[in-house]
Write a protein that binds this ligand. Structure first.
Ligand SMILES: Nc1nc2c(ncn2[C@@H]2O[C@H](COP(=O)(O)OP(=O)(O)OP(=O)(O)O)[C@@H](O)[C@H]2O)c(=O)[nH]1
Ligand SMILES: [Mg+2]
Length: 685
């Protein structure tokens, strides 16, 4: 990669990230229009943008997966990764970030979105991605914009460095002063801004704001500090060098202004990227890519298109990759490239092999997964990064609408998880349900839509069954007798069972206490199987646990007894015995850890109490200033839709993780309702 002053050349990869609906996809469109990649700037409203071209995105008018577009600006290539803003789809962003050289955080003047902004900044800080803030929708902002900028500071650990000052006519923003260039511009709709003289109030304001910008830069540059203290104007080149250096080192976060819908501020953003953004070398270094002469790439997203083809969007980090390249990951062979493409949203354009720094789509890597590190050569390159998805928070039990699609559905599930590891599929062997776990309602809905659209399997979804069980409070001795005389060969089995409760968590124990061969040894396993069968549905309708059954007596018939007859006798003994044992419902209790901004902690406590939660306490969240973690124990049935309430109380950023803790007895009205619902369901089936 050549160096031209501090300006680096070569292909860049830039993420557009930011809170929900802040204008990322519109900004991508504006960039493509401004750099000549599209003739006419499309809009979200008309469904004509390059990004969000999938059926699901257009339908919901929001990004539900990342969009990728490559353009060129002043002879350099830029690939933009437009990431979804919704927290439910945040894994697409998190998995793409390792590949990028820098991020543009698109945000707006909305204090309700500051927690989300903080969440995203946190991710960028943790992954050490240099970042600009692009304050969008400036066409809607008013004179309060500078104060509002101060509101944004707590969202960033690094100093926000205001690079542009808005200029006004009345309350309307009409342009800006660039504090590094010291030049004033007037916005033109869908055209480059026009330079105007910097004079009067604007000049005074510029001086103050520029000084404050330089002071921030001087925090990390002693020489500049000296110059400021001695009233020496630093040379312009030095200021630009510092801006580039401090951005690349993640010391500051420069703030630019603009309006994506009007294409205002877009050229300045591109110029800032051109002069200041790091290049692929910094990314290669950050990821610790070893240069062993082999090609290495990172899969920032793989997806199965509606037409059946698989496309993997990769950033090449070493060597060259093109048609025919065979690739593998540390875990598996990934496949052979059959098509190398430049992307413009969903539009693909065939191209030659891709070199270091380029971001391209590779066709037919059958075994690639989002987040893979893939390489050529005998020894696969180690994974450059492992982005663990957030734990899932919401689930649906799903099944194919038509039985014949069952096999196809299994394949669709595995493809879906390859694309989006923040989805998981769990086969619940107790409830016999296939449960689709995800990050929220919209995430699950879109997953179902994709399975229908891309894999051709319409799904039905419902709330998953809660894992209730039942147990007994006291013991009984019960005879189980099975006798049938139908024509020739009869059936005979006779057992006496001593049924007793076990302590919680004791499971099931069977004891053989037969003496004198009253039940022949060879039938005893069948008795046990019959007992297990009888415990599958207790008197309340649920699996029975924490019981011990001893076989203490019985009798047999030399001709009519059989395994089958003793199996039935064992089952009858249990089925007739259990109702006399004081059956009681058991409900699963989970331990839950909720994380939320501290302002919301009191609300979390209220939500938990309202859901029969037992609050164990709260602490500050490790490494997260201004956040808490609340710990509680809570019934599974109350966790089902907990995320919806948690998000609405935290501007979308609160979340939780949970794991099974224990089974607890449940009596009273709640228990009665559950048992009645179970009986009604059984009667209907
Ligand atoms: N007034 C105004 N509206 C804008 C601007 N940029 C985007 N919008 C509108 O904001 C809404 C969201 O725009 P998108 O581009 O989809 O935002 P996004 O950040 O990509 O949204 P998600 O990806 O779903 O998070 C649309 O209605 C846009 O027209 C802007 O600069 N000014
Ligand atoms: Mg978008």
């Amino acid at each position: 990669m050549a160096q031209n002053g501090t300006r680096l050349t070569g292909p860049r990869c830039i993420a557009l990230v930011g809170p929900f609906q802040s204008g990322k996809t519109t900004l991508l469109e504006a960039i493509l229009a401004r750099t000549g990649a599209v003739q006419r700037q499309g809009t979200i409203e008309a469904g004509t943008t390059v990004g969000d071209a999938s059926k699901e995105s257009r339908h919901h008018k929001m990004s539900i997966e990342l969009s990728v577009a490559t353009t060129s600006f002043m002879d350099d290539t830029y690939t933009f990764i437009d990431c979804p803003g919704s927290v439910e789809f945040i894994h697409d962003m998190r998995a793409a970030l390792p590949a990028v050289d820098a991020a543009v955080v698109v945000c707006e003047m909305d204090d309700k979105k500051i927690p989300q902004l903080q969440l995203i900044m946190r991710e960028l800080e943790d992954q050490k991605i240099p970042r600009f803030l692009f304050l969008n929708k400036i066409d809607k902002a008013d004179a309060g914009v500078l104060d509002a900028l101060k509101l944004l500071q707590p969202a960033s650990r690094q100093k926000l460095l205001v690079r542009q000052l808005p200029t006004f006519k009345g309350d309307l923003i009409t342009g800006f002063v660039d504090l590094a260039l010291e030049r004033a511009f007037v916005y033109k709709e869908h055209a480059a801004s026009e330079v105007v003289p910097l004079e009067g109030d604007s000049l005074d304001n510029e001086k103050t704001a520029r000084f404050s910008m330089l002071e921030t830069l001087a925090d990390h540059d002693d020489e500049l500090m000296e110059q400021l203290l001695s009233d020496i104007q630093p040379p312009r080149d030095k200021v630009f060098d510092d801006l580039a250096k401090e951005l690349r080192e993640g010391l500051v976060c420069p703030v630019l202004l603009g309006s994506a819908t009007r294409t205002n501020g877009v050229l300045r953003l591109m110029k800032a990227l051109r002069h200041e953004a790091p290049d692929v070398n910094a990314t290669v270094k950050r990821l610790g890519v070893k240069d062993g002469g082999e090609a290495v790439a990172y899969v920032l997203k793989t997806l199965n298109t509606a037409h059946g083809g698989k496309m993997s969007v990769v950033r090449v980090l070493a060597g060259q990759i093109g048609d025919g390249t065979t690739l593998s990951s540390p875990e598996r062979d990934v496949g052979r490239v059959a098509g190398t493409f430049k992307l413009m949203g969903q539009h693909t354009e065939k191209r030659g092999p891709a070199g270091v720094g380029e971001t391209v789509a590779l066709a037919k890597l059958d075994h690639a997964k989002t987040g893979d590190t893939i390489s050529t050569g005998k020894q696969a390159h180690t994974k450059v990064v492992n982005v663990q998805p957030y734990p899932p928070v919401l689930a649906n039990a799903v099944s194919a609408k038509e039985r014949k699609d069952d096999v196809k559905l299994g394949q669709a599930f595995s493809k879906l998880v390859e694309e989006d590891p923040s989805i998981s599929i769990v086969h619940n062997s107790e409830t016999h349900e296939v449960v689709l776990w995800g990050q929220g309602e919209m995430h699950l809905r879109v997953a179902a839509e994709r399975i229908a659209d891309r894999f051709g399997v319409p799904l039905s979804s419902r709330r998953p069954t809660v894992g209730y069980q039942e147990t007994i409070k006291k013991g009984v001795v019960q005879r189980g007798r099975h006798k049938k005389q139908s024509g020739g060969h009869g059936q005979f089995g006779d057992v006496v069972l001593d049924i007793k409760p076990l302590p919680r968590g004791g499971g099931f124990k069977f004891e053989d206490k037969i003496s004198g061969g009253v039940v022949p040894r060879n039938y005893i396993p069948s008795v046990e199987e019959g007992v297990i069968d009888g415990l599958k549905h207790g008197p309340l309708g649920f699996p029975v646990v924490d019981v011990q059954v001893a076989l203490i007596d019985g009798s047999y018939h030399t001709v009519d007894s059989s395994d089958q007859a003793f199996h039935t006798a064992g089952r009858i003994g249990v089925v007739e015995g259990l109702p006399q044992c004081g059956p009681v419902l058991l409900e699963p209790i989970y331990s839950v850890e909720i994380v939320c901004p501290s302002e919301a902690t009191a609300k979390m406590n209220a939500i938990l109490s309202g859901r029969r939660g037992q609050i164990l306490g709260f602490d500050t969240r490790d490494g997260w200033d201004g956040w808490d973690m609340v710990r509680a124990k809570m019934p599974e049935s109350e966790i089902g839709d907990l995320i919806i309430e948690v998000r609405s109380a935290t501007a979308g950023v609160g979340s939780f993780a949970f794991k099974f803790d224990h089974m607890a007895e449940l009596v009273g009205k709640n228990a009665d309702q559950i048992v009645a619902a179970r009986k009604a369901a059984a009667a209907a089936a």
